[in-house]
Design a protein around this ligand. Structure first.
Ligand SMILES: O=C(O)c1cc(=O)[nH]c(=O)n1[C@@H]1O[C@H](COP(=O)(O)O)[C@@H](O)[C@H]1O
Length: 231
């Protein structure tokens, strides 16, 4: 069976746990995601550990956000690890996104638009007044113009972003919660089935899978539900 278009967020405190989660979920999902917690603790070695024998696609979520020269150097430094995807913050601007794209030619650069943990009230407080989907649409357009071929947004904005950027861009949505699951610190959320139906290409799901007593079974259940809803 083809693995489901899910990136499991391996937000673990230690490498052994992350590698165990990765081994349990890789039969069911296309991708595993390494974020700041693991990378800052273990560095580049973490990539090989979670890739394991399966050779699953690794998404390196470092959310780079700095001046173009610094981001270029950082993207170059991690591109030798050959992550399939690397995140940068869209709010770093066009030149910064271009620098990342040029410095990591074998990695897909994904621009994070507006964090899924932010409400519209939070956005107002940081000076981004107006509906979240308008800010997300604007950042999405800017990022694609700068050469990003993937975008990160919440499932609530995915249809607006798809209409803006067309079919060729990979849309990645965190803020995904199966029906009844706790929202935790996520603010703009939807179910996996809804996110996919609205046009997402890859769903980022962490705690609803890794917080389960059996992460392999939790990943398999979500994958099966996606197959039932979207053939
Ligand atoms: O870039 C991301 O992956 C990301 C962007 C965003 O806007 N929101 C967001 O939650 N994420 C990441 O997606 C994962 C979500 O994890 P859960 O909330 O546990 O499903 C975490 O690893 C976050 O770092």
């Amino acid at each position: 069976m083809t693995p489901a278009p899910i990136a499991v967020a391996l937000d673990a405190p230690d490498l052994e746990t992350a590698a165990r989660w990765a081994a349990l979920v890789t039969p069911h999902v296309s991708t595993v995601k390494v974020g700041l917690e693991l990378y800052l603790r273990y560095g580049p070695d973490v990539i090989a550990s979670v890739r394991g024998a399966s050779g699953v696609q690794v998404f390196l979520d470092l959310k780079l956000h700095d001046i173009p020269n610094t981001v270029a150097g950082a993207a170059r430094a991690v591109s030798r690890l050959r992550p399939a995807i690397l995140t940068v913050h869209a709010a770093g601007g066009s030149a910064m996104i271009e620098a990342a794209v040029e410095s990591a030619p074998h990695t897909q650069i994904a621009a994070v638009t507006i964090l899924t943990s932010l409400t519209e009230a939070d956005l107002g407080r940081i000076g981004l007044t107006g509906p979240a989907d308008e800010a997300v649409r604007r950042l999405a357009a800017l990022s694609v113009e700068a050469g990003a071929t993937a975008l990160v947004c919440s499932p609530n904005e995915v249809s607006v972003v798809r209409a803006e950027v067309g079919p060729g861009i990979t849309l990645i949505t965190p803020g995904v919660r199966p029906t009844g699951a706790a929202t935790q610190d996520q603010a703009r959320v939807a179910t996996p089935e809804q996110a996919l139906a609205d046009g997402a290409d890859l769903l980022v799901i962490g705690r609803p899978i890794t917080g389960s007593p059996d992460p392999g079974a939790a990943a398999a259940a979500i994958a099966a539900s996606l197959r039932r809803h979207i053939p």
